[in-house]
Design a binder for this molecule. Structure first.
Ligand code: SAM
Ligand code: SF4
Ligand code: SF4
Length: 297
């Protein structure tokens, strides 16, 4: 790859572009159900496994995040779909979570069903991709396929070629330059994943830092457990399980409310938040404003 082609691959710009893209989805006007703000972004961990072990990711440590290969079943998506339809959810979905989503061998019905409700993005390390797979994802109604390029600049040409051969529109594949070393924080806005990884140069934990995550998003684990955010790799405090209660009742339930109120009042009191150094305020400012009215804070 020639140097002049690489000048457009600045990691800070890639991160800013990613934030800009997500602002349009996550920070649109807040939707309500029964007077309660509902999320704009739901992330799903469709499979508890990864084929890589990146040093900055908790997946590198089998004691923290072993590969169990447990997969999200379509029945769970059907249940979630009905729950979200009842509250007129119009947000978006992200298949990413705590592993490598493309290792799930039956993703297309999942993507298709969710796409009836909102845009669906998928984040992958790209290892399983081929032109046919890219086209199949596009045909399943996936909105964006985001590829983390961890190995080096040679991957740009590889994935551009695949994109061309697949025949999908140019805007479908989003390539991210994340091949940098630890001195450049791997090209990521690194966090300690709630006390589970300290690679690179990371900010200190600030227990008085606000966090908007539980105001606008949820992460749903393969088995239906709901966790606070994508940083919570400890996965010890579940807000509830989608197979046992409705999504809205969990979202508006006592555990979620307690965490949300504390975090919107700048108190990272309980685990996993007390171990977390994530900024927490990059997205969600509109939800923050609405929840403050609900909680009168
Ligand atoms: C956990 S991965 C799952 C998707 C897929 N396996 C991948 O790597 O693209 C989701 C995102 O988290 C990022 N990530 C992993 N560890 C991180 C950390 N410690 N801080 C910030 N981002 C991290 C990855 O680069 C990726 O963009
Ligand atoms: S960052 Fe993605 S590819 Fe790397 S170990 Fe974590 S889940 Fe796997
Ligand atoms: S403080 Fe950290 S762990 Fe808690 S919700 Fe915010 S980002 Fe997630």
């Amino acid at each position: 790859m020639k140097k002049n082609l690489l000048k457009n691959w600045n990691p800070t710009e890639t991160r800013l572009k990613n934030i800009e893209r997500k602002v349009r989805i996550l920070d649109r006007d807040v939707q309500f159900h029964d007077g309660v703000p509902i999320p704009s972004w739901i992330e799903l961990n469709v499979i508890d496994a990864c084929n890589r072990s990146c040093s900055f990711c908790p997946k590198a440590d089998p004691k923290i995040a072993p590969n169990t290969y447990q997969k999200m079943p379509i029945q769970l998506i059907d249940k979630l779909f009905e729950d979200l339809k009842k509250i007129n959810f119009e947000g978006a979905f992200c298949l990413s979570g705590y592993g490598e989503p493309t290792l799930h061998n039956d993703l297309h019905p999942i993507i298709y069903k969710l796409s009836i409700l909102g845009a669906v993005e998928l984040i992958t390390n790209g290892d399983t991709l081929s032109p046919k797979k890219i086209k199949d994802f596009y045909d399943s109604n996936l909105s964006k396929l985001i590829v983390s390029m961890y190995d080096g600049e040679h991957q740009i040409e590889k994935f551009k070629k695949m994109e061309e051969e697949s025949g999908v529109p140019k805007s479908f594949l989003v390539l991210r330059n994340t091949w940098y070393k630890d001195e450049d924080n791997f090209g990521l806005l690194l966090t300690n994943r709630a006390g589970t990884n300290n690679a690179g140069k990371q900010p200190k934990i600030n227990l008085n830092k606000k966090c908007f995550y539980p105001a606008y998003t949820s992460v749903i684990e393969w088995n239906g457990d709901i966790f606070l955010c994508c940083h919570d790799w400890q996965r010890r405090v579940s807000m509830g399980n989608v197979m046992q209660a409705s999504f809205f009742d969990i979202w508006n339930g006592a555990t979620y409310r307690k965490y949300r109120k504390d975090l919107l009042s700048s108190q990272r009191k309980n685990k996993p938040c007390s171990d977390c150094n994530a900024d927490g305020t990059v997205h969600g400012f509109k939800h923050d404003k609405e929840w403050k009215k609900v909680y009168k804070i």
